[in-house]
Design a protein around this ligand. Sequence first.
Ligand SMILES: NC(=O)C1=CN([C@@H]2O[C@H](COP(=O)(O)OP(=O)(O)OC[C@H]3O[C@@H](n4cnc5c(N)ncnc54)[C@H](OP(=O)(O)O)[C@@H]3O)[C@@H](O)[C@H]2O)C=CC1
Ligand SMILES: O=C(O)C1=N[C@H](C(=O)O)C[C@H](O)C1
Length: 267
Amino acid sequence: MRLVVMGAAGRMGRALVCAIKATPGAELVGALERPGSVALGEDVGLLSGIGRADVAITDDPLPLFARADGVIDFTTPQSTLAAAEIAAQARIVHVIGTTGLSASDDAAIAAAARHAVIVKSGNMSLGVNLLVALVRKAARALDADYDIEVLEMHHRHKVDAPSGTALMLGRAAAEGRGVDLEAASVRVRDGHTGPRESGSIGFATLRGGSVVGDHQVILAGEGERIELGHRAENRDIFARGALKAALWGQGRKPGLYSMADVLGLAD
Ligand SMILES: NC(=O)C1=CN([C@@H]2O[C@H](COP(=O)(O)OP(=O)(O)OC[C@H]3O[C@@H](n4cnc5c(N)ncnc54)[C@H](OP(=O)(O)O)[C@@H]3O)[C@@H](O)[C@H]2O)C=CC1
Ligand SMILES: O=C(O)C1=N[C@H](C(=O)O)C[C@H](O)C1
């Protein structure tokens, strides 16, 4: 499968370049960065520490998408939306790892998925997608006497909060409990908050250092609490998942898919 990496000079982009090189059946044919990036013209293999790949970083997706089978995109909401339109026109698989997307961004991505395969997930790792299923099951089994809190910690460079994964976990808890996440969620607490609202789903965001990604869901009842969690030790787990998604998507009918579909974890 001929693949383009968007955001190739970024943290995830470099992990993806390494994962593609290590995967039989996957070939890196293009690397993109934003116009004006200092990485333009650089060899993406040298930048990623795997030796020369003979793929220079460019800023124009059109010629690359025309000769690719898929694009893997861990960038920003704005660039992901632009890429979704072009990838749909080119009918290539678009794997989206970008987080911080708004409801209207999601609607635009769903529209693009009418024409091409899109696999989108706030977390591409096997472990987190399994955790999502476990959280849904736990929330289904327990009533609202068990207070649900979602905690996450990430590196100091992360720009969106709560993390895409925290929102996936919150959504799974809400689904399990049969409530609407938007109505139930409490994202910020400050000052005199009053007692905890029964049935709410709370979020707590920590940022610091080089933490790759820690997530914990606590279901706290009277006299006991259940804690379900995941710690990412490196970015390879996300890159491997994204690559698996791209290979899985090839030849599939157009639509919006999740990592649960790719991993066979969908209910
Ligand atoms: N779903 C998952 O499993 C995971 C998701 N993520 C998400 O992926 C995204 C990226 O994370 P991370 O790699 O840490 O961030 P980085 O900032 O390290 O990388 C993003 C890269 O995209 C580049 N970029 C910005 N605009 C464009 C554009 N128009 N075209 C091409 N490239 C562009 C940035 O360039 P510049 O810096 O010059 O602006 C940067 O090099 C985030 O939303 C993060 O939350 C991260 C890990 C796992
Ligand atoms: O920005 C990151 O780094 C990560 N982002 C994703 C998220 O928002 O959940 C996934 C992972 O935790 C790393």
